[in-house]
Design a protein around this ligand. Structure first.
Ligand SMILES: *Cc1c(COP(=O)(O)O)cnc(C)c1O
Length: 492
């Protein structure tokens, strides 16, 4: 199966090539030229398999230049001992929501689900494409991708990684996780600006052909670990299918029964991965796109206009503080095709906005609905879910649970069971979560962890308490304009 650009002006490439390159030469994102079908028989078979086997099977439908054996061996390593137990359990906490816990990996956020496997896919892609240069991964992060990528790529042969985060746009735990990262092939740098500044900086470097030539002379080429890379999305499609299987196995849903899916959304990668599962044939009703006060997507689904010209808010769910949701381009492509997608993107680049035509708007809103949650509502949701169900959720998950609640209230005839993606451990945003519960908070994370644990009877993840005592290795703060220089510095 070949991969084509959402903007239609690049040559088709293999899966290995798409994973290696990250972004297409015409500035578009790679998509499989067709979406493989998940037949009822295959779905039934998947239900009887382990998580790693499900992952290998589903990924092999997309990554046809990888063998099933290669994928299975990689998945067993990726989703084995580095997860604390089952990789993606679904928990029924009462009510209609089924919580899909995606944070049992090494960095306590759902990014691990993709970034534990993707370095293995890239490593194989280098061999498959006969690459002799070293891959240089540049990552812009709103906090969670950075750490998950550093952990996934550390000390992997023929790969180096440099991560850029907004200096005041990540939680204390997130910052510490990144600045204490170990590994000989890693670099971490704070940016004076917000996430979009960091992401734009990285995108600019990717589009700079002179710079690419300079890197090539030094024996490097650029690659990406952000969710613009197809290698990030395909492992994410897996857990929605796996969640459906687990609900079926538990007798919670009948074979063929539709679920709705609600996802706390930033770059639109995670929810797009869910939509791809539906296009494959997974029984899904609606997709509920949950946003925080950076509600550009809520407005998009309500009005058909995507308009990034608005104030940027720093919130207690920082991984969703994004005004340019890159993966929305893939939804446009799936809905409207390459030519119209290109036009929408030209208009976004020029004036910061575009408006869907009636046909595209109708198609998209038959699948997606958007809600946003204010900071106060988010805190209230954390408290009420804990008070009513003794279940602790983080700020991002709370935004989604709140959206799912409202969707249920407004659609009494809706199919019913909603799988809500829970994207981070509550300890990753411990101060905000403890504050929402009315607990005492302070600047000492160890204390906040303990308060939270004592009050809620939940366990402090060792991955997070460990970083509190580690040496800080990376202290540099730069302007977005100096990112290129920092890259050269890193590889020199
Ligand atoms: C990255 C992230 C999100 C947003 O996911 P997208 O794929 O960018 O939409 C939500 N919650 C958490 C905790 C995250 O780390």
């Amino acid at each position: 199966m070949n991969y084509i650009s959402t903007r239609g002006q690049s040559a088709p490439v293999s899966a290995a090539q798409a994973i290696k390159q990250g972004i297409a030469p015409d500035g578009g994102l790679y998509m499989p030229e067709s979406i493989p079908a998940l037949t009822a028989d295959t779905l039934k078979e998947l239900c009887s398999l382990s998580y790693s086997e499900r992952a290998a099977k589903i990924m092999s439908l997309f990554l046809t230049d990888y063998t099933y054996e290669e994928l299975l061996s990689d998945c067993k390593e990726a989703y084995g001992d580095n997860f604390d137990g089952y990789a993606a359990p679904v928990v029924n906490v009462g009510g209609k929501a089924r919580i899909l816990e995606l944070w049992h990996g090494p960095t306590c956020a759902f990014k691990d689900m993709a970034l534990q496997i993707m370095p293995r896919l890239l490593s194989r892609a280098l061999t498959k494409t006969g690459e002799e240069r070293t891959a240089l991964i540049l990552v812009a992060t709103s906090g969670d991708t950075g750490k998950a990528a550093l952990e996934g790529y550390r000390d992997i042969d023929k790969i180096k990684i440099s991560v850029y985060y907004p200096v005041n746009g990540v939680s204390r735990a997130q910052k510490l996780q990144m600045t204490t990262q170990e590994g000989a092939n890693v670099n971490v740098c704070a940016i004076n600006g917000n996430f979009d500044d960091a992401q734009n900086g990285v995108k600019k470097i990717f589009g700079d052909t002179d710079f690419a030539a300079e890197l090539d002379k030094k024996g490097y080429f650029l690659s990406s670990a952000n969710s613009i890379n197809w290698g990030r999305l395909v492992p994410q499609t897996v857990y929605y299918i796996s969640a459906w299987c687990d609900l079926y196995n538990k007798g919670d849903i009948a074979f063929g029964e539709k679920i709705d899916i609600c996802v706390p959304t930033g770059n639109f990668g995670n929810i797009l991965a869910a939509y791809i599962a539906k296009l494959m044939g997974l029984p899904v009703g609606r997709f509920i796109c949950a946003s925080n006060s950076n509600n550009v997507l809520t407005d998009f689904f309500k009005t058909g206009t995507y308009d990034r010209n608005r104030d940027f808010h720093v919130t207690i769910s920082p991984s969703m503080d994004i005004l340019i949701s890159s993966n929305l381009e893939r939804l446009l492509f799936l809905t409207a095709g390459a030519e119209k997608t290109r036009n929408y993107m030209v208009s976004l680049a020029k004036g910061g906005k575009y408006t869907l035509d009636a046909e595209d708007y109708g198609k998209i809103t038959s699948e997606f609905v958007g809600y946003f949650t204010s900071e106060d509502e988010c805190r209230d949701e954390i408290k009420s879910v804990f008070d009513e169900h003794s279940y602790l959720i983080d700020t991002h998950t709370a935004v989604a649970v709140s959206a799912a609640d409202r969707y249920t209230a407004e659609n009494s005839d809706a199919s019913g069971k909603i799988v809500v993606a829970s994207t981070a451990s509550p300890y990753k945003f411990a101060s905000s979560v403890a504050g929402a519960l009315g607990l005492e908070i302070c600047d000492d994370d160890a204390k906040v962890f303990e308060t939270l644990s004592n009050h809620t009877g939940t366990k402090i993840p060792a991955q997070l308490s460990d970083v509190l005592t580690k040496e800080i290795r990376f202290k540099t703060v730069i302007d977005p304009a100096d990112m290129k220089a920092s890259v050269i510095d890193f590889i020199s």
